[in-house]
Every structure is written in structure tokens, then in C-alpha cells.
Design a protein around this ligand. Sequence first.
Ligand code: PEP
Ligand code: MN
Length: 338
Amino acid sequence: MLIVMRQDASQKQIDEVIRAVESKECKARPIPGGDRVSIAVLFNKGALDEAWFQDLPGVKQAIAVTRPYKLVSRETKPDGTRIQVGNVTIGNGRMVIIAGPCAVESETRAMVIAESVKKAGGDMFRGGAFKPRTSPYSFQGLGEEGLKILAKVRETFDMPVVTEVMDLACFDMVEDYADIIQIGTRNMQNFSLLRRAGVAKKPIFLKRGMSATIDEWLMAAEYIMAEGNPEVILCERGVRTFVRHSRNTLDLSAVPVVQRESHLPIMVDPSHAAGFRDQVMPLARAAAAANAHGIMIEVHNEPEKATSDGAQSLYPKQFEILCRQIRAIENILKDNSE
Ligand code: PEP
Ligand code: MN
């Protein structure tokens, strides 16, 4: 925090501000300027409240300069976090491709899609067993039966599986089956769920809330880390804007901003951002070019029959082409790495 004194502040007022800072167990360092003194507040252990200093005599403004998040911050840990999931490493420079249907619909369907994901070069399989649907009348997922199918996919194709946890009631069950536990956009600020995720033994895939700022998103990750789970993967999945041509607007600037602010890996889900199949491949390529740590793509062999999100699911053939394109972009980035 920086406390800017008024031009006419007396030495006595400056000394009083210094004492107030020291009473919060921080160090106060006065910085004399051309026409006024500013006081830098250093070594604070947690977030400081501007209001503590704002109204002291002689103070013009108290400005928060450190970030509210600590554990997720790159200031705390300059090296990028790597997360090992089975034989896949997230955050080691190779883009991780996660793909599969929106929902696990049946064993046969999941197996057919998983085979095409594996063949195309996908690294992990995704599929919801518990679906957060806008309408209570829409397909809600197969529940534990869906998780068992995911376990079968993992065994058969040697691919880690990612699936969403919707609430505390199903957390233990999802944790038993999943290799990575997804927290969806609608639950990004479900703080009791985040705390439970913080004591989970599996990595957490934390999607950005559809109206969340990057600070709010990072603070959600901070909740998980504060409980002791250091393995959090962030996923940008589009935010709500005024546009009608896509379901959400993919905020690709989140990738460099998160990479500057945090050591956690960041992936991109162009499927839920777009909502329409024809936008998914261009957005996925753009995410790769932005140097995301990975992408999550919805794939379905018969999207017209899908129980959810068929309109945004790629056909297996399209996914195969996309995988090749992603690897090509990755190679270009390697050649020109800064
Ligand atoms: C999903 O990945 O299936 C999903 C529901 O995503 P989101 O939470 O981003 O809408
Ligand atoms: Mn979906």
C-alpha cells in the first residue's frame, strides 16, 4: 500500500501515519517527493484496508498496490506450477488437449468418442456425470453410472479423465473416480465447494465465472490453495457480454494476464465460449497462439443427438484436424520463444 500525504501535511501528521502503519505490524518507509511525502507500507502479511489510513489527518489517499491474493501470485512463487496427472504434465511447455462430450451419455457413446479423442492425439478425456443445467427439465447427467463409465474410459484408453463436481453432496464420489475435478463457471464463487476442493487429493480445474473479473477468479483459486491443495488449473471459458453471435465472449487476454499475475497453469475452453461449432476451431487455434497451457474441447460423434451442447461439439474429424493445427502452432511458438 502507498499512503500519499497532502502537500501541507506536517511532520507530526507524517509521524502519526508511520505509527499507525507500525501498529499494524508493517514497516513504514517515507518517500520524500517534490512537493509531498508518500509512505510505502511494507511487509504486510495479509491484505490491508485502505480505510485504516485514509481518514488520518494529513492523508490525501491510501492506494492498495499489492494484490489481494498471495498463494496464487507469481510474486509468491515465480516459477510456473507443473501438475502431473497420470502420464500427462500440465505446465511444462507442451499444450495439453482435453476433449470429450459435454455429458457422459452412455458407455457405448463414451467409448466411441474416447477412441476418436485418443486417436487424434488428445491427452485427456472429459465428460460430465453431474450436469449443471439452466433448466431443471434438461438432462442432468448419469451420476455415479457416468463416473463408472469414465473410469472404464481411463482403463481402456490410458487417458486421465476430467469431470465436474456440482455440489458438496457428490464431492467424495467425484473425487474417487476423477483424475481432475472440474468446478464449473456457475460454482466459481461457491465458497464451501472451493474449501472442500482445497482438501481434495486431486487437482482442481477451476473455470472462470461467466461474469467474474480476473481478481475474483484468482481469489477463488486462493480459497482452494489456502486449504492446502496446491494443484489448481485455471480455465477461461468465455464471459457474458452484449453480443448475440456467440454464447459468451472468449476473453483471450486472460491468458497473458493470468500468466503475469499467477504461477498457476491456464487453459482455454473455446467450446463453451463460442456455443457454435463453426467458431470453436478458430478460437482454439487463437488460444494456442496465445500460449495457453492447454485447451478443453467438446467432441461428439453424433452432435445432433447429443443430450447437451451438441451445437458446439466438434465432429471427430474436425477434432483430429484441430489437434494437428494445435501442435503446429505449438512448434512455431517454440521456434520463436521470447
Ligand atoms: C462443462 O464444461 O461441461 C461446463 C458446463 O462448462 P462451464 O461451467 O464452463 O459452463
Ligand atoms: Mn457443455
